[in-house]
Structure formats: C-alpha cells, structure tokens
Design a protein around this ligand. Structure first.
Ligand code: PNS
Length: 163
C-alpha cells in the first residue's frame, strides 16, 4: 500500500492545502495529513482545532486521514508505514527552503522520498499567514479558506477583539 504523509502547520487549512490533499488522494492509496505540534512559531489555532478543521473538509475523501506529530517528521512517516512526504510548491520562493528540507530528510531517512505537487495557479499567492493577516484586519477571506471552517476563523478574531 502506497501511503503518503502531507505535513504542515495548517494554521489554518486553506484552499491551497485542500487542493494538494485532494490531488494526492488520487495518486496514493492513503494520505495522512500530519499537523505539526509544538512549533516555535506560536499558532493561532490549537492542534485539536486544526485537526478538527481538516476533518470537516475531507469528509468526502475516504482515503485521507488526519493525525498530528511532534519531533522529526521522518520518524512519524516511518512509524506510519508511509514511504512518501508530500509538499506543495507555490513559487520559486518556496523552493530553496523545501529543497533544503527534502535533502535533510533524505539524509535522516534515505528510504523516505519527498514528492512535490505544484500548487494550482489559483492558489499560488495563498498562505495561512496571509489569511490570518487579512482576517485580523477585517478583510474578506471567503475565497481563501473552505466554507466549512470560514466562520470559525472569523469567530476567533471576534473573540480576540472582545477579550
Ligand atoms: O506548514 P509549514 O509550517 O511550512 O510546515 C513545516 C513542517 C511541519 C513540514 C516542518 O517544519 C517539519 O517537517 N517539522 C518537523 C521537524 C523536522 O522533522 N525537522 C527536520 C526537517 S529537515
């Protein structure tokens, strides 16, 4: 069985991520979306919230599941019996960082391959950090994040303003 892991912060999930998940689910027998825990950058949403958001948006994809990991990604991949790490590439600016990570991951665990999917051009400008910035400044994020989670993201900012 060909199993791929699609790792990331997903803080929050965007249409760009969802596109990569949908497309990789057509290529692999199983795709595990892996939410990273305990990162140095302080996330807006907890791991549980991020997992729940993703679950809501993949309910129509039977071969996709969501999990979380701490520590080295390659250890998680190996423990799950997966062979491949999936990454989305938006622009040349992503390349250098992703190239470095792919080579380091291969150095750490040579049997694990990293495979890149080019983002759909519709989402080439999209990132979770921009979604958060726009939402925090009161702009519309309607076309940027799945409608299943839109209201929860907006609610987080109204909570913040009230609190
Ligand atoms: O969505 P992001 O923030 O770009 O995801 C980055 C992520 C989670 C894929 C990366 O930080 C990662 O793999 N972290 C796990 C720690 C690890 O294995 N580091 C060595 C990579 S060379």
């Amino acid at each position: 069985m060909r199993i791929a892991v699609y790792p990331g912060s997903f803080d929050p999930l965007t249409y760009g991520h969802l596109d990569i998940i949908q497309r990789s689910s057509r290529v692999f027998d199983k795709v595990i979306v892996a939410v990273v825990k305990n990162q140095s950058k302080k996330p807006l949403f907890s791991v549980d919230e991020r997992i729940e958001f993703i679950k809501r948006c993949i309910s129509n994809l039977p071969n996709v599941e969501v999990d979380h990991f701490e520590g080295l990604l390659v250890n998680f991949v190996t423990n799950k019996g997966a062979q491949v790490i999936i990454k989305g590439l938006r622009a040349m600016s992503d390349f250098e960082y992703e190239f470095q990570m792919a080579l380091l991951n291969r150095k750490l665990q040579s049997e694990v391959e990293t495979m890149f999917l080019m983002t759909d051009h519709k989402y080439s400008y999209l990132s979770s950090s921009m979604v958060k910035e726009i939402a925090s400044l009161g702009g519309s994020i309607q076309d940027l994040v799945p409608e299943e989670i839109l209201q929860d993201i907006l609610d987080k900012y109204s909570e913040k303003q009230e609190g």
